[in-house]
Design a protein around this ligand. Structure first.
Ligand code: PLP
Length: 400
């Protein structure tokens, strides 16, 4: 038998992908499931981006590209970061990978190891702690409660820092809570980091364009230029342009870090698809009207989902500031008994009850490091959201 490594035994498959696969399996068995697990836009990729793929293919752009991405794409990224985020980078400060996910992994693989700590505010995107573990380091999870808008405070950050801290990972708008840091809140965090020169900051900005307040981006490198050589900005095209299958993300940061990330990538995937790079260039340089249209659709869905969930006994839902999820608390359901006599003890029990009894699939808050909550995706149609909430309401009313 082939022995598995200690590395893989330390980690688990992504819980959101497991939840999505479980919903799809039940659907394949003929069950009527409202699937609210999806972490990807339900819109088609805009036509001009699709066309860029055909053009690139016809132009023979079908070969390996430089490891760090084509210069056309890196130029488009540098221009985007200057235009939208107010930060200036050079071409050799950009690394392009197969999704923001790979870029984050490359950064951790290039910088952390045994004994190192990475601060992760919870609720967190499910992959951060496992990526840190896969790179032999220790995730230091800081719970950020709903009373603080699910956000990391300066005091909590200060107390979590030790001499072994290497990174803090911030994701705003956050998956799963949608929480977003105002400029003042971000400045309070960058002020803490100024006092701890051994700590670097990774910002995962993948949902930056899905904001419901229409406010300007809050970019720590622009707010505090003194931190510029300790910040890795991560972004990608998956969520903004409905391009999840293209697998294209990028990192912008200090040259030495970017070079090390490129080395890791050169020994794993080499480069991401040449066609995806052409598509991403078109996405960043082309017509941006899709971005505003998608944001408006998510806003309507968010408003509807929050209103419906808050009518359900036992659930309470804070309106998220961004991203395409809602994160209702199910504290009011814990301790209740299902019609078949099972007592709901955790959010995973609630999740399974909704799946079995109501045919509604979501992801449990425990996967995101803060319970008892449920993550419901609104990257699906309004009728699906309404049907899901109707079924959940019925299931909650059946509890004793
Ligand atoms: N970061 C966050 C917070 C996400 O939610 C996701 C996808 O769900 C990613 C990164 C991965 O993005 P990509 O498709 O660019 O790998």
């Amino acid at each position: 038998m082939i022995q598995l490594s200690a590395r893989v035994r330390r980690i688990k498959p992504s819980p959101s992908m497991v939840a999505r696969d479980r919903a799809r399996q039940l659907q394949a068995q003929g069950r009527d499931i409202v699937d609210l697990t999806a972490g990807e836009p339900d819109f088609d990729t805009p036509a001009h981006i699709q066309e860029a793929v055909g053009k690139a293919m016809a132009a023979g752009e079908t070969r390996y590209t430089p490891v760090n991405g084509t210069s056309a794409l890196r130029k488009a990224i540098v221009a985007k970061l200057a235009r939208e985020n107010g930060v200036r980078y050079e071409l050799n400060q950009i690394s392009v990978g197969s999704g923001a996910k790979q870029v984050i992994y490359n950064a951790l693989a290039a910088t952390v190891g045994d004994g190192d700590e990475v601060i992760i505010p919870a609720p967190y995107w499910v992959s951060y702690p496992d990526m840190v573990l896969a790179c032999d380091a220790t995730p230091v999870v800081v719970r950020c409660g709903e009373n603080n808008g699910f956000k990391l405070s300066a005091d909590a950050l200060e107390s979590a820092i030790t001499p072994r801290t290497r990174w803090v990972i911030l994701n705003a708008p956050c998956n799963p809570t949608g929480a977003f840091y105002s400029e003042a809140e971000m400045r309070a965090l960058t002020d803490v980091l100024l006092r701890h020169p051994h700590v670097a900051l990774m910002t995962d900005d993948i949902y930056e364009h899905i904001r419901f307040d229409d406010g300007a981006p809050v970019c720590p490198a622009a707010i505090e230029p003194q931190l510029m050589d300790r910040i890795l900005l991560v972004n990608g095209v998956s969520k903004t342009y409905a391009m999840t299958g293209f697998r294209l993300g990028y990192g912008a940061g200090p040259k030495a870090l970017i070079a090390a990330m490129n080395t890791i990538q050169s020994q794993s995937t080499s480069c991401t698809s040449s066609l995806s790079q052409a598509a991403a260039t078109a996405a960043l340089e082309g017509d941006q009207s899709f971005v505003a249209e998608a944001r408006q659709a998510y806003r309507e869905r968010r408003d509807r989902a929050v209103a419906l969930l808050n009518e359900i006994p036992g659930l309470s839902c804070r309106p998220p500031e961004g991203a395409f999820y809602v994160y209702p608390s199910c504290a009011g359901l814990i301790g209740k008994r299902t019609p078949s006599g099972t007592v709901l003890e955790t959010d995973s029990d609630v999740l399974m009850y909704f799946l079995e009894h109501a045919g509604v699939a979501m992801v449990d808050g425990s996967a995101y490091g803060l319970s008892p909550y449920l993550r419901m995706s609104i990257a699906t149609s309004l009728p699906q959201i309404e049907e899901g909430c109707r079924r959940v309401k019925e299931a909650c009313e059946a509890l004793r």
